[in-house]
Design a protein around this ligand. Structure first.
Ligand code: IYR
Length: 221
């Protein structure tokens, strides 16, 4: 049965107002960088919850919201995650990643070592959910879980950034160890590991440039 319809409207800004709104948002978001040097200073869990609430506004296939944000601050669990992630990363950097991939990563300067997994006050481990289990035990399929979870993660990164929190989109590969360490069921697949915290006082990031918008935007054909 279709859900009942409710009114929907948005502020009717003129184009100058629209541009101003977007310039303001752009000037905030353009300073986001993937950060690998975190301060260990705690971040209140209410702040993390507020950022997850923003992620949770993302559109999703059939509105099934096929994501789980597992937020870890327990040092013992962070340590377990670091040990398992570094074991996989070491194998990847030493044996699994082809030369072309290692070359692409050279400007970023990453290695198998991931101290930030213990230093960042929060590790937000995002799972994509392939089906939910209804209260009566039936499987409720989700739709476009990859696209939907990606959208939710994008909003989460933006939310953290505007709150002055640094993030990293980390994908230790393979990352099924996250399901085991975090006791998640088999139908939840690790999607992204996002360390969150303030940047370290002397944090640096590689001097990388974004492509100009004209390189990524095509009008009509
Ligand atoms: N997961 C590895 C390798 C890595 C891969 C990509 I693609 C990056 O943009 C950065 C790193 C790591 O985190 O080191």
């Amino acid at each position: 049965m279709p859900a009942p319809q409710i009114p929907f409207s948005l502020p009717s800004f003129n184009s100058d107002e629209q541009e101003l709104k977007l310039k303001t948002l752009h000037s905030m978001l353009v300073t986001r960088r993937s950060c690998r040097m975190f301060s260990g200073e705690p971040v209140h869990r209410d702040v993390i919850e507020a950022a997850v609430a923003i992620a949770n506004t993302a559109p999703s296939g059939a509105n099934r919201q096929p994501w789980r944000f597992v937020c870890v601050s327990d040092p013992a669990i962070k340590r377990e995650i670091r040990i398992a992630a570094e074991a996989e990363e070491r194998e990847s950097y030493d044996h699994r990643m082809p030369a072309e991939w290692l070359e692409a990563l050279e400007p970023i300067g990453t290695t198998w070592e991931k101290p930030f997994l213990e230093i960042a006050p929060w590790l937000v481990v995002v799972f994509r959910v392939d089906f939910e289990i209804a209260p009566d035990g039936r499987r409720l399929k989700t739709y476009y879980p990859v696209e939907s979870t990606g959208l939710a993660c994008g909003l989460f990164l933006a939310a953290c950034h505007v709150a002055g929190l640094a993030t990293l989109t980390h994908t230790p590969s393979p990352m099924n160890f996250l399901r085991a360490i975090l006791n998640r069921p088999e139908h939840e697949k690790p999607f992204l590991l996002i360390p969150v915290g303030r940047p370290a006082v002397n944090a640096t990031v590689p001097d990388l440039k974004k492509k100009p918008v004209t390189d990524v935007l095509v009008w009509n054909r």
